[in-house]
Design a protein around this ligand. Structure first.
Ligand SMILES: [Zn+2]
Length: 76
């Protein structure tokens, strides 16, 4: 179950872009695989809300400026 979810990037399915994504929260659940973060984000264009696991590396690469403050609390 978790394996499939971890494959999803931070992305809006409806708009088919990440251009309007705003990260709301990043957490490190105890059940998550090593190096994965549980991310909640929404699309400001279509108001879709998403929450799933994202690879920490990928998140840092694409949303470094947003995640920096959040991961300080999370400790990747
Ligand atoms: Zn959207």
């Amino acid at each position: 179950m978790i394996q499939d979810e971890t494959q999803f990037p931070v992305w809006c399915d409806r708009c088919a872009t990440d251009a309007h994504i705003v990260i709301e929260s990043v957490r490190r659940p105890h059940w998550a695989p090593c190096n994965f973060l549980d991310v909640t984000y929404f699309c400001t264009k279509c108001d879709s809300l998403y929450e799933h696991l994202v690879k920490a590396d990928e998140l840092n690469a694409n949303f470094a400026e947003v995640v920096d403050g959040l991961t300080n609390r999370v400790r990747v």
